[in-house]
Design a binder for this molecule. Structure first.
Ligand SMILES: Nc1ncnc2c1ncn2[C@@H]1O[C@H](COP(=O)(O)OP(=O)(O)O)[C@@H](O)[C@H]1O
Ligand SMILES: [Mg+2]
Length: 149
């Protein structure tokens, strides 16, 4: 399914709603150039999952784990959001080394991977929600395609 968002707020609102359908175990692969909105989309997902903490690009951490407090009352059993930025990773092996396999597909965890095309080997045989993001014609326009799910 394809969508066009006119500004950051629309992208955030969509991602927030999208996350409300999550039940745990989802792996979200975000693909798109720098500035396409992958981190903005992840922020929306985090809000949708009830995370109040500020979500930033984990570029220098590579992987960041947000714990979801049960009292957020968002009505799901998801306990963790794992946010990966693969931009600076050498590849799938490096991501495996920092422990992604402990998290991927865990029923109490949602995993979001920015630059997922850099670690395709890790995602190949898994159920993945692929989200392609592109800049639009206007400065604040973004085109998004959701594949799978
Ligand atoms: N429709 C939109 N959706 C998402 N971000 C947008 C949109 N319009 C403008 N922006 C801006 O584009 C930038 C996207 O940055 P970011 O999410 O960090 O990109 P990425 O993680 O893909 O490199 C932000 O500065 C954001 O304010
Ligand atoms: Mg980013």
């Amino acid at each position: 399914m394809k969508f066009i968002f006119k500004n950051e707020k629309e992208t955030l609102a969509f991602a927030e709603k999208f996350a409300k359908n999550f039940r745990g175990g989802e792996v979200v692969a975000l693909i798109g150039e720098l500035g396409a909105g992958k981190t903005v989309f992840t922020k929306g997902l985090a809000h949708g999952l009830g995370i109040k903490e500020r979500v930033q690009s984990p570029t220098f951490l590579l992987m960041k784990i947000y714990n979801i407090h049960p009292s957020t009352g968002s009505g799901h059993k998801i306990k963790n959001l794992v946010h990966v930025d693969a931009y600076r990773l050498s590849g799938a092996a490096e991501l495996a080394n920092i422990g992604i396999l402990d998290w991927l597909g865990r029923p109490d965890t949602v995993t979001v991977i920015e630059w997922a095309d850099k670690v395709v080997e890790l995602l190949r045989d898994r159920k993945v929600i692929k989200i392609k993001m592109e800049l639009g014609k206007k400065e604040e326009e973004r085109k998004i395609e959701v594949i799978g799910k």
